[in-house]
Design a protein around this ligand. Structure first.
Ligand SMILES: Nc1ncnc2c1ncn2[C@@H]1O[C@H](COP(=O)(O)OP(=O)(O)OP(=O)(O)O)[C@@H](O)[C@H]1O
Ligand SMILES: O=P(O)(O)OC[C@H]1O[C@H](OP(=O)(O)O)[C@H](O)[C@@H]1O
Length: 190
């Protein structure tokens, strides 16, 4: 674990595709100036839309990985994902919190790497997930089905500081629930 006490928390936002991770992260940053989004490096096509990420080819990803750029990296949905280490440190400076969309499979590694680490496991019913992926339309129907098949993947054993955030209803409710976890000693926001 390489963690300086002056560094703020790494807040892992995890859960099945379509549950609202990106939506929740964007809303949290809009509501709380001490929070920022970690810009991931992904081998996803630049025009895919959605989150703000650094699109790279698989060759570029391999070069960055070999150069030690990533604090953590993984593959999922036929894509490669990397978390730039320097960006995490910079965004945690002065106690600020950084929001990271992690794979559930990476959480044990992540809690060892980052130390000051909290996990928000975002949930919604299968029906809601299917409707949201269809409504978003970013993936093909076939890819949506593959993602939905992964929805019930359990979190790994051995995790600490895991909190369930229900995003079945209004996004604003999930935002308030998440802020109450991240900043438990602060009154509910207006
Ligand atoms: N609370 C909510 N109520 C209604 N719609 C929502 C809510 N949260 C997210 N959505 C919508 O559901 C869709 C999926 O949301 P989002 O892309 O944030 O999910 P995600 O978990 O990041 O998905 P992925 O892992 O596939 O990137 C989007 O169209 C988004 O606008
Ligand atoms: O099912 P699991 O392994 O938890 O997550 C699979 C992938 O989905 C999410 O990314 P995105 O939302 O596709 O960008 C995660 O960050 C991970 O990369």
């Amino acid at each position: 674990m390489t963690d300086d006490i002056s560094l703020g928390p790494v807040i892992a936002i995890v859960g099945p595709s379509g549950v609202g991770k990106d939506s929740l992260m964007e809303a949290l940053v809009a509501a709380e100036p001490r929070l920022s989004l970690l810009k991931r490096v992904i081998t996803r096509a630049p025009e895919a839309g959605g989150e703000d990420y650094t699109p790279v080819t698989e060759a570029e990803f391999a070069q960055r990985e070999a150069a030690g750029e990533f604090a953590l990296h993984w593959s999922a949905h036929g894509l490669l994902y990397g978390v730039p280490a320097a960006a995490v440190v910079a965004q945690r400076a002065a106690g600020r919190g950084v929001l990271v969309n992690f794979s559930r499979a990476m959480l044990v590694d992540a809690q060892d790497v980052f130390g000051n680490f909290v996990i928000l496991n975002v949930t919604a019913s299968p029906e809601v997930l299917a409707a949201r992926l269809a409504g978003r339309g970013r993936e093909s129907t076939e890819e949506q089905a593959k993602r939905l098949a992964q929805a019930s993947k359990p979190l790994p054993e051995g995790l600490h500081h895991v909190h369930q955030i229900d995003n079945s209803g209004e996004l604003s409710a999930a935002v308030q629930a998440a802020l109450a976890v991240i900043y438990p000693d602060q009154p509910e926001r207006a």
